[in-house]
Design a protein around this ligand. Structure first.
Ligand code: PLP
Length: 377
């Protein structure tokens, strides 16, 4: 009986051909024609004016946050219910963090609560965030109106951590028809091995500002000035994507619509076939179309999450807990925060089920049967 993994790459297109092109042309590092091609194809797909390829999603966030104004003595508000890279990238800039609890409806940063808190603080003359880093957690778009209000009323920049939400769309409201990651001043994507699509390791910054895109490209290439000299006008980073990774990215992007369709079908099938079992499924608000990156569920009362994970593991099914909130992680224990109850409940009761694009119908059937058996015993 083979193990069913949580989320693994699906390399079924032109990956090999484009990689061979890199080898034949001798362009394997960050100089090479495929990087630019990948950037413009990606910008087209998400419908953003500019895209800058980076060596990882974390690198993309670091640079975007810095360009959005995060730095020493600045404050970045973000979700406590997220992968640790969201918090780390903000701290790399030297900024302080304000961790915000999730809202039950989307599991995302409670933007209405943050909005009320910022208004209260502003009225009381207290410190307010300079940047809000909004994570579209597990691929469901975050509520956008309060963030736009924060930007309009207080000049707070918006950086979207869209690492998990490639392909997610707002259906109605002020961002109707637009993809998550293209609303804020910057949007950042990840192409790590378990994400919606992969370049092995990689990321992308999108922005509507040509100047910001130029700055991002400059900072990700060691802030080196054009010309023969090794002359640099800033402290930059070695964060540029390689031509090899861009080859994978181009091939994956060609398959992305199919990947998204498959992710959605997997999530819908879990919801349909597990509906007789007392489980809560991941949010799907009528105003949003998620990426369905991972199919996640919350266990009902009386079930121990770790015991369920162990029982799945014993049957060859790889499931994982949801994100352990940032404020419970060692380096962030004393970080300032607003609430935590929702995030802690999601962590206590949540798990993600196998959601690979290549998951076969038979394997998904096995996951469903095994999970139903565990939860009814
Ligand atoms: C994966 C992820 C990142 C980091 O992306 P990498 O490409 O792994 O550096 C950042 N934020 C969130 C929410 C993620 O899930």
């Amino acid at each position: 009986m083979s193990r069913i993994p949580l989320s693994v790459p699906h390399l079924a297109g032109n990956e090999e051909a484009y990689l061979a092109e890199c080898v034949t042309t001798n362009f394997v590092s960050s100089v090479g024609p495929l990087v630019g091609r990948f950037e413009s194809a990606f910008a087209d797909f998400v419908d953003a004016p500019h895209a800058v390829a980076c060596s990882s999603g974390t690198a993309a966030l670091h640079v975007a946050l810095r360009l959005a104004g995060a730095g020493p003595d600045k404050l970045v508000a973000t979700s406590t219910f997220t992968f640790i890279a969201s918090a780390n990238a903000a701290r790399y800039t030297g900024a302080d963090l304000l961790l915000v609890d999730s809202e039950p409806a989307t599991w995302n940063l409670d933007t209405e609560r943050l909005y009320d808190e910022v208004r209260r603080r502003a009225a009381a003359g207290e410190r307010i965030p300079d940047v809000v880093e909004v994570v579209h957690v597990l691929g469901h778009p975050a509520r956008i109106e309060p963030m736009l209000a924060l930007r309009d009323e207080f000049g707070i920049a918006i950086v979207e951590d869209a690492a998990e939400s490639l392909g997610a769309v707002y259906r109605t409201g002020p961002a109707a028809g637009r993809q998550a990651g293209t609303i804020g001043d910057f949007g950042c994507f990840s192409f790590n091995g378990n994400k919606v699509m992969t370049t092995g390791n990689g990321g992308m910054i999108v922005t509507s500002s040509a100047e910001s895109a130029d700055r991002a490209r400059h900072l990700t290439t060691q802030a080196k000035l054009a010309g023969r000299e090794y002359a640099h006008d800033d402290i930059g980073y070695n964060y540029r994507l390689t031509n090899l990774a861009a080859a994978l990215g181009l091939a994956q992007l060609e398959q992305l619509p199919g990947f998204l369709e498959r992710k959605r079908a997997i999530a819908e099938r879990y919801a349909r076939e597990l509906r007789k079992i007392p489980l809560e499924h991941a949010p799907h608000e009528p105003w949003a179309e998620p990426s369905f990156w991972l199919s996640s569920v919350l266990l009902g009362p009386g079930h121990d999450r770790d015991a369920v994970l162990d029982a799945l593991d014993a049957k060859g099914v790889e499931a994982r807990p949801l994100w352990c909130p940032i404020h419970l992680q060692e380096p962030y224990r004393s970080t300032e925060r607003i609430g935590a109850e929702v995030a802690e409940d999601l962590y206590a009761r949540g798990l993600s089920l196998p959601s690979s694009v290549g998951l076969s119908d038979e394997d998904q059937e096995r996951v469903i049967t095994v999970l139903a058996g565990i939860l009814s015993s």
